[in-house]
Write a protein that binds this ligand. Structure first.
Ligand code: CAA
Length: 383
């Protein structure tokens, strides 16, 4: 039975900051941010948006009444959760009008969460072929104002419906993975912003990619010629470049040039959105599907979540892939965003809603929003 991604949806907040303006405000050479880090724009969420509302928005863009009827599993991967107990998935049940006979929960393992969700969904569909699973990656990446990581922030969400006979991507069930206790990135429960040993994190990421690629070749007797495209976890686009570069000189030069050109197509959206944490690999997938993919291509996907878990798996683009997403809407959403000044971004960044906050609906321009915090409980509304 073929199992994989049948539909893919995306949501990005309506505001962004320009990375050249950020560089100037931080007294940094803009080339460092646009070339050295590889970013152009950074999505900025409103204070009434969080992991729940972002997730609702991407899922709402793809869910049909028939999908809802067939859903048996809902998994949200996030490291920006709003509650230590209740899952983001539970909040979504009302916002998305989902039927109650669903197993819904949240997975956390840094940027690996969505991949864990996808693999769990694969197993679920293999046992329940007539059902569907919804996997959502949702995050707000925050390192703090004037930190080295500030240029690698971002926000957004990717939702995927997993089913049999998928229209977009067939997962080949060929996968290698590894886990190590690594201190490259962490966010203690008291902190809204992450802590990272940025350069160490890069080293571990590249190490994991090399180890897993060796493992994959040995396990499946594979070579690079088995793949048309490599997609990477891209918290900022230079990071994937570093992993790709480990192949330079080790594989045929034409093949390396082909992989590099496909990689460029996969990072277009990330360059103008920023870090989606666990959604980053899947934003890369969507970018590739819209900007470069051809039916029948074989993909090798590298997922990495600090702390650290890595997985390298293969997948095949289906002939019907273009039916699985709304290209015009996604491009319009990216184009219609508005630029925010660095000053306005800094001000908004400091806004912290406390218990007792009531959000005035007149100030809201999004469909899903945090409406109130009452008795320390977050309440949401659909406009
Ligand atoms: N023109 C062009 N390039 C320039 C330049 C200029 N004027 N000045 C510097 N550069 C280049 C540098 O040569 C360097 O390139 P390489 O990486 O290829 O060597 C690059 O710009 C960055 O320069 P620095 O290393 O000096 O930059 P930095 O000290 O500010 O650190 C960073 C960069 C480590 C990425 C930092 O932004 C950071 O800590 N980011 C947050 C951590 C992070 O993103 N970690 C990886 C993600 S982990 C993950 O994905 C999270 C998860 O699982 C939850």
């Amino acid at each position: 039975m073929d199992i994989g991604i049948d539909k893919i949806g995306f949501y990005v907040p309506k505001d962004y900051i320009d990375i050249v303006e950020l560089a100037k405000a931080r007294d940094v050479d803009p080339d460092k941010f646009t070339i050295g880090i590889g970013q152009d724009k950074q999505a900025v969420p409103k204070p009434y948006q969080d992991a729940v509302t972002l997730a609702a928005s991407s899922a709402d863009s793809i869910l049909s009444a028939e999908d809802k009827k067939d859903l048996g599993l809902l998994i949200v991967g996030t490291e920006s959760s709003v509650d230590e107990s209740k899952s983001t998935a539970a909040f979504l049940m009302d916002l998305l009008d989902l039927p109650e006979d669903i197993r819904a929960f949240e997975i956390k393992q840094a940027c690996f969460g969505a991949t864990a969700g996808l693999m769990t969904a694969y197993d679920y569909i293999s046992q329940n072929p007539d059902k569907k699973a919804l996997v959502i990656a949702t995050d707000i990446a925050r390192y703090g104002i004037k930190t080295p990581g500030e240029v690698t922030q971002g926000a957004g969400s990717v939702a995927m419906i997993v089913s049999q006979n998928p229209r977009v991507l067939k997962l080949n069930h060929k996968s290698v993975y590894m886990t190590k206790n690594v201190g490259d990135f962490w966010r203690p429960t008291f902190s809204k912003t992450a802590f990272a040993r940025g350069k160490y994190s890069n080293e571990i990421y590249v190490d994991f990619f090399q180890t897993l690629w060796d493992k994959y070749q040995a396990k499946y007797d594979a070579t690079i010629d088995d793949f048309d495209t490599l997609l990477f976890h891209i918290p900022y686009t230079k990071m994937g470049t570093k992993a790709l570069r480990t192949l330079d000189g080790k594989i045929d030069a034409d093949k390396y040039a082909e992989l590099t050109s496909h990689y460029q197509a996969s990072i277009r959206f990330s360059r103008s959105v920023g870090n989606l944490y666990t959604g980053s690999l899947y934003l890369g997938l969507l970018s590739y599907l819209i900007n470069g993919a051809k039916a029948g291509e074989n993909l090798l996907m590298f997922s990495y979540g600090s702390g650290a878990v890595g997985e390298l798996y293969s997948a095949e683009i289906q002939p019907t892939f273009a039916q699985g997403f709304d290209q015009a809407n996604i491009l319009k959403m990216l184009d219609d965003r508005q630029k925010m000044s660095i000053e306005a971004y800094e001000k908004m960044y400091q806004v912290e809603y406390e218990n007792g906050t009531i959000v005035d609906p007149e100030t809201v321009s999004e469909k899903f929003y945090l409406s109130e915090i009452k008795d320390n409980e977050r309440l949401y509304k659909k406009a």
